[in-house]
Write a protein that binds this ligand. Structure first.
Ligand code: PA5
Length: 337
C-alpha cells in the first residue's frame, strides 16, 4: 500500500499518456447530463470529478452508487461506468440499465466483465493498468474521467493543473514517505493524533467535501477503524450540537478539519468560529490541515495524499497490514454464491 501511495504521481502521469492515445470518444453535443456510476474506491474519482467540475462544466454531474440509474438517464446522458476490477455487481447492473436506456457509455476499468461487455456492445472502454487495490488506483480512475471531459470540450483544458499536481505530490512525498522521520512527517504526526481515537473528518462544500469522505473511507479500509465525515456549512446546522454527551465517548473523537483556499469566505469564517469557540470546550481533539498548491486539482490531491499516507501509518500503529480488505471480499463472495 505504501508503495502504491508513493507511486501516485507516476500513476497520474501514466494515466495522462494513456488518455493522450485513447480512442474513447463520445458525442458531447448530445450530452445534457453526466452520470458516473461506481462504488467504493471506483466511485471516488467520480466524486472528485463532480466537485472539481462544479463551477466549470456546463452540464450537471451525478455520482450514482446503486444498481439502477436515476429516471432522467436517457440518450442525452453520458454514463461513465467505473469499476477497477470490472466485476462489481452494482456497477454491472447500472451499466446494463444505461445500455437499455440508450445512454452514451464509456467504461473505465482494468478488465473483468465490464470490459468484456462494453467491448462486445461497441461502447468506449478506457483500460487502466490492474494489480492494485481500487482505492490505490485514484490516479488511474480519476485522470481518465477528467481528460475525457476536457478532450470533449466539457471542461477547460487543464494540462498545467495536472502538471502542478504531479510536481506537488512529488515534493510532498519527500516529507510524507516512510523514510521521513515523524518530526517532519505530517502524515505520521496525524496518524499519532488519530491512534486510539475515532476520527471525525470535516470538509467543506466544494473541493474538500469529497476529500473528507475519502479520508473516512481510507481510514476504514487501510486502518480498519471506524471513521466518519461531514461537511461545512451543513454540519453547522446539526453536528455541532452533538459534542456534550456521553463524555467518555466524546473524549475518544479526534476532529480533523480539511481546509483550502477555495472555501467560500463565509464557510471559512464558520470553520474559525466552530473550532475556536463553539467546540472549544468539547473534550475531543481538534486538528486543522490546510491544502497545498494553487490549482483546484493540486489542492484536492494534496489533502487526499496526506490522508492516504496518514491512514496507512495508522494501520502500522495498530500493527495491521493496510492492503487486504477481507470483509469486502467475503461479502462479494457470499453474494456471488
Ligand atoms: O476499496 C475497495 O476495495 C472497494 O471499495 C471497491 O472499490 C468496491 O468494492 C468496488 O470494486 P471495484 O472498484 O472493483 O468496482
Amino acid at each position: 500500500m505504501l508503495g502504491a501511495i508513493y507511486g501516485l504521481p507516476e500513476q497520474m502521469e501514466e494515466a495522462v499518456r494513456l488518455m493522450e492515445h485513447t480512442g474513447a470518444k463520445f458525442d458531447a453535443s448530445l450530452v445534457q447530463t453526466i452520470v458516473v456510476t461506481g462504488l467504493g474506491g471506483s466511485a471516488v474519482g467520480g466524486d472528485m470529478l463532480r466537485t472539481y467540475a462544479g463551477d466549470k462544466c456546463p452540464v450537471p454531474i451525478l455520482v450514482n452508487r446503486s444498481y439502477t440509474l436515476p429516471s432522467y438517464v436517457g440518450k442525452d446522458t453520458l454514463v461513465i461506468a467505473v469499476s477497477y476490477s470490472g466485476n462489481t455487481e452494482e456497477t454491472l447492473s447500472a451499466y446494463a440499465d444505461a445500455k437499455a436506456r440508450g445512454a452514451q457509455i464509456v467504461a473505465v476499468t482494468s478488465g473483468g466483465i465490464l470490459k468484456k461487455q462494453a467491448w462486445e456492445d461497441g461502447h468506449a472502454v478506457i483500460t487502466v493498468p490492474g494489480g492494485l487495490q481500487p482505492r490505490a488506483a485514484a490516479g488511474y480512475l480519476f485522470i481518465p474521467q477528467l481528460m475525457l471531459l476536457q478532450q470533449a470540450g466539457l471542461l477547460p483544458e487543464g494540462h498545467a493543473e495536472i502538471e502542478e499536481t504531479v510536481r506537488l505530490l512529488r515534493e510532498m512525498r519527500k516529507l510524507l514517505a516512510p523514510a521521513s522521520p515523524t518530526e517532519q512527517n505530517l502524515a505520521k504526526q496525524t496518524a499519532l493524533r488519530l491512534y486510539g481515537k475515532i476520527p471525525l473528518i470535516h470538509g467543506a462544500v466544494g473541493l474538500t467535501e469529497v476529500i473528507a469522505y475519502r479520508w473516512k473511507t481510507q481510514i476504514n479500509e487501510n486502518a480498519q477503524t471506524p471513521a466518519f465525515a461531514h461537511c461545512y456549512p451543513e454540519l453547522n446546522h446539526n453536528e455541532i450540537v452533538g459534542f456534550d454527551v456521553p463524555q467518555e465517548l466524546i473524549e475518544k473523537l479526534e476532529i480533523i478539519t480539511l481546509t483550502c483556499s477555495r472555501n467560500h469566505p463565509r464557510v471559512q469564517k464558520r470553520i474559525e468560529i466552530t473550532a475556536g469557540e463553539v467546540l472549544a470546550a468539547a473534550s475531543c481533539g481538534q486538528t486543522e490541515l490546510a491544502a497545498l498548491g494553487e490549482s483546484d486539482l493540486a489542492q484536492m490531491f494534496s489533502l487526499l495524499y496526506l490522508g492516504d499516507y496518514a491512514s496507512a501509518y495508522l494501520a502500522a500503529l495498530y500493527g495491521l497490514d493496510p492492503t487486504p480488505v477481507e470483509k469486502i471480499e467475503y461479502l462479494k463472495r457470499r453474494l456471488a454464491d
